[in-house]
Each structure stands twice: as structure tokens, then as C-alpha cells.
Design a protein around this ligand. Structure first.
Ligand code: NAD
Length: 351
């Protein structure tokens, strides 16, 4: 039997606890959790205790641990770039960085440069991009990127805590501060955060349907309460609607659709945190409907399996330019959407 890859987690919050540790428990032929790191010592110790591993509170301690082959970055967004670069420079075998890869295109480009220099592959944990039900549709959609004219991403989810608590007993969770949504700058920053944190899952998929996006224009955007966004935009000559709301709903839904005159793609993803099989995609034409999925493995499992295959040299590492472009597109949408929130407020104030 081949030896497993040792995994070290940077950041041991709900995503490590409720998403990645359950995924690791199903992939013991490939991975062994070796180290849990968090700046909060109680969280690091508690999560490491549950996983039966070493723990630390400093980045250096995890990177110096020779049993850590793969670094999984699950800290808040602002730390992703510096930690991904440090993991590459430490000569690890691979990095799995939670989305977003970085907070700016410049940071993402630096990660790509260091990854290329060191030869350490970096994968981004945008799980839909690995989802077998999505990938099978992409392999069969023919000229949909050229012919599609209308794209819609629609997400209705309960708050993350609902699924986190169904997956595990979470040790410590950040409290959401009360916010004043009558303040336009608060609304603009929440829409920006919604794009960087949630729309970031589907924007790489949407980008794969766009021949270009240098014509990106956000026509209107606003915050949906209690948390969400509605963004109408044009890019690559296509109309794109992004709609997401996190409410107390009992029935989650995560759908991506692309319409051409002669073909429609409809993909239903399992919600974040849920380890219940892949997306189901349907490609419909006037004469047929082809269904792809569900597969047993969902995007989380698929991203870890792909990482193992990359380390073993069985598949090519991810295209770094493509990952940088995904991040650049995401930041451009987030910035333009935040500006559109400000414009809408000015228009309403003037009316
Ligand atoms: N793929 C998905 O489905 C999915 C879902 C939700 C969130 N995420 C992403 O996962 C990441 C983590 O999300 P979360 O909800 O667990 O975040 P969180 O902020 O609740 O927890 C992050 C943990 O990191 C720790 N931390 C803070 N600074 C650190 C540092 N410099 N080094 C090490 N640890 C540090 C915190 O103490 C906390 O325990 C985020 O980037 C988020 O975007 C992914």
C-alpha cells in the first residue's frame, strides 16, 4: 500500500472541523492528519485533540513539522496569500488554499510566481470547480461558452452554523457583529464580502463560459437581508445574474444555469458543508436531455483526490494563470458590485 500524505491545517475553525476533517476521515487511504494550527491555542488544542494530532499556534511550527506534506489553508481570507507563499517556500508537496486564493490580483499573481519557482502546486478549495457532476457537463457542453447569452447563479442557504452543527460539535465560532445596514458603506462592504466569500464559488464556473470579461459592467447590485446579494451584470457580451440569500430556510438550493438559443445547462449543487454526493447537471436541447450525476464523491472529496493525484504526478497541477484570472474576475465583480450599491443609494437619495 502506498504511504499517505501528511496534512497540516492552518486555521482550525468551522471549515476545518465540519468540512475537511470529515473529508479526511473518508480518505484515509490517501491522507493522514498530522498537525492542526490555529492562532487561538484553545481551538488548536481542542481540534487537534479530536483529530489525534499535534497542534501549534505559530505558522513556523506547522511549516517546520516534517510530517506535514500538504498544507491546507483554512484561516480567514486576509492570511491566505502570505500562508500559501510561506508553505511553497517551505518546500511542502502541495497547498490546498480555501477560497478566495487571495484578496487582490497582485497577491494571487505573487502566489503563482512563488508556486512556479518552488514547484509546489497550489489548488484552490472552490469545490464546485472539482465537482464530478459539473465537470462531466463541461466535457459535454460543446459550444455553450460561445452560444450562451444568459447565465444565472441562484443560492438560497441557511446560515453556515446550521450545517456546521449537523456535521460536528464545533469548537468555538466567530460571532457576527451587529451591523447597521442603513449605512451605504456597510451595505457595499457586505456585498463585496458576499462576492469574495460566496459568489467566489461560481465565478470560476461562469468565467469558463465567458470568452472574455474586459467589458464587465455591473448594472445594479444591492444587499439582500439578512445576508446576501443581488447583482445584475454584463460580461463577455452575456447577461449574468448573481443572486444569493442566507436565511432561516429549511430547504437549501444552489443552482447555476446557462442559456443558449439551442441548449440549456442546469446544474444543482449540494450546499456547502454537505457531504452528500455531487452536483447533478442537465444539458437540454430541443431533442434531448442529458443528465450528469449524481456521483458518490462531492466537490470536497474530489478536490482532495485531485490534490493527491497531482502530488503523485498522475495529473497536471492546476493552471496557475487560470487561478489568477479567476481571482482577478472575482475581485473585479466584487469592486464593481460595491460601487453599484453606492450608485443605487445615491440615485434613491436623489429621487
Ligand atoms: N469551501 C467551502 O465550502 C467554505 C465554506 C465556508 C468558508 N470557507 C473558507 O474557509 C476559510 C475558513 O472559514 P471558517 O468559517 O472556518 O473561518 P473562521 O474565521 O470562522 O475560522 C478561522 C480560524 O482561523 C483562525 N485564525 C485566524 N487567523 C489565523 C492565522 N493567521 N493563522 C492560523 N489560524 C488563524 C481563527 O482563530 C479561527 O479559528 C475562509 O477562507 C472561508 O472563505 C470555505
Amino acid at each position: 500500500m502506498q504511504s499517505t500524505l501528511g496534512v497540516g491545517f492552518l486555521g482550525a475553525g468551522p471549515v476545518t472541523q465540519a468540512i475537511h476533517l470529515p473529508a479526511m476521515a473518508r480518505l484515509t487511504d490517501h491522507f493522514t492528519v498530522r498537525h492542526v494550527n490555529d492562532v487561538d491555542a484553545a481551538v488548536a488544542q481542542g481540534v487537534a485533540g479530536n483529530a489525534g494530532t499535534a497542534y501549534s499556534t505559530s505558522l513556523e511550527a506547522l511549516l517546520d513539522d516534517p510530517r506535514v506534506d500538504v498544507v491546507a489553508i483554512c484561516s480567514p481570507h486576509a492570511y491566505h496569500a502570505e500562508q500559501a507563499i510561506a508553505a511553497c517556500r517551505a518546500g511542502k508537496k502541495a497547498v490546498l488554499c480555501e477560497k478566495p486564493l487571495a484578496m487582490s490580483a497582485a497577491e494571487a499573481a505573487l502566489i503563482a510566481t512563488v508556486s512556479a519557482e518552488t514547484g509546489v502546486p497550489v489548488l484552490v478549495g472552490a469545490m464546485h470547480t472539482f465537482d464530478p457532476g459539473w465537470r462531466a457537463a463541461v466535457a459535454s457542453w460543446g459550444d455553450l461558452p460561445a452560444t450562451s447569452h444568459t447565465i444565472r447563479s441562484s443560492v438560497v442557504l441557511p446560515p453556515n452554523a446550521r450545517f456546521e452543527d449537523l456535521a460536528t460539535e464545533v469548537i468555538s465560532r466567530a460571532a457576527f457583529p451587529a451591523v447597521d445596514v442603513s449605512d451605504v458603506e456597510v451595505r457595499a462592504s457586505m456585498v463585496h464580502a458576499g462576492v469574495m466569500g460566496l459568489a467566489v464559488h461560481d465565478l470560476p464556473l461562469i468565467r469558463s463560459l465567458l470568452p472574455r470579461y474586459d467589458d464587465l459592467r455591473v448594472l445594479c447590485a444591492d444587499l439582500l437581508t439578512p445576508f446576501g446579494y443581488r447583482i445584475l451584470m454584463v460580461a463577455g457580451g452575456k447577461v449574468i445574474e448573481l443572486h444569493a440569500v442566507m436565511s432561516q430556510t429549511w430547504q437549501p438550493s444552489w443552482v447555476l444555469e446557462a442559456y443558449a438559443d439551442d441548449q440549456v445547462l442546469h446544474t444543482e449543487f449540494t450546499p456547502s458543508y454537505v457531504h452528500a454526493g455531487s452536483a447533478v447537471s442537465t444539458l437540454t436541447t430541443a431533442g434531448s436531455a442529458r443528465v450528469f450525476g449524481p456521483s458518490r464523491a462531492n466537490g470536497y472529496e474530489a478536490e482532495w483526490l485531485e490534490l493527491a493525484a497531482v502530488v503523485r504526478g498522475e495529473v497536471a497541477p492546476p493552471d496557475l494563470d487560470g487561478l489568477v484570472d479567476d481571482l482577478q474576475f472575482t475581485v473585479a465583480v466584487a469592486d464593481a458590485a460595491a460601487d453599484a450599491v453606492r450608485t443605487l443609494a445615491k440615485t434613491e437619495a436623489a429621487a
